[in-house]
Design a protein around this ligand. Structure first.
Ligand SMILES: [Cu+2]
Length: 152
């Protein structure tokens, strides 16, 4: 239980820091004044490969299921290969799904140990949610979300 608390505390610090570095205004992502280095250096479109894994932390009473990492960062025009892996050994009966609907991705079930690969190139900046798309997967389904941050 202490490990879960430590993880969640660290995760909160990371997410708080990331949230402070940018702001979404009228569907445009802008660095906030005074933020340190840019999230990604400027440059030509760059191929980006991400692996997002569904993992389970904790024990029976305080189980937490999350996509990790929960934040992906790319730029408009970057060709993205997104690998989605279900490593939650606890969900054999009700597998997780994966949806990133802003880019046409919606898979209702990814079995334990299975992975799916998607390729796309974002053509618009913004913060786009990804999530589990199987509402029957477990009690913390609604919190199984993450975000793809697409910088201009
Ligand atoms: Cu799920």
């Amino acid at each position: 239980m202490r490990n879960v608390a430590a993880f969640l505390a660290a995760f909160g610090v990371v997410m708080g820091t990331a949230a402070g570095a940018f702001a979404l205004t009228q569907n445009r992502v802008q660095a906030s004044p005074g933020s340190a280095a840019p999230l990604l250096p400027p440059g030509p479109p760059t191929e980006r490969q991400f692996t997002v894994t569904m993992v389970m932390f904790g024990g029976e009473e305080n189980e937490v299921h999350r996509w990790t990492p929960g934040t992906l960062v790319a730029r408009v025009g970057d060709p993205i290969t997104l690998r989605v892996l279900n490593a939650d050994v606890d969900c054999a009966k009700y597998p997780h799904g994966f949806a990133l609907t802003a880019f046409g991705i919606d898979v209702p079930a990814i079995q334990v140990g299975e992975e799916k690969t998607f390729t796309f190139t974002p053509d618009k900046p913004g913060v786009f949610e990804f999530k589990c798309s199987n509402k029957d997967c477990g009690k913390d389904h609604d919190r199984q979300t993450g975000q793809l941050l697409v910088l201009p």
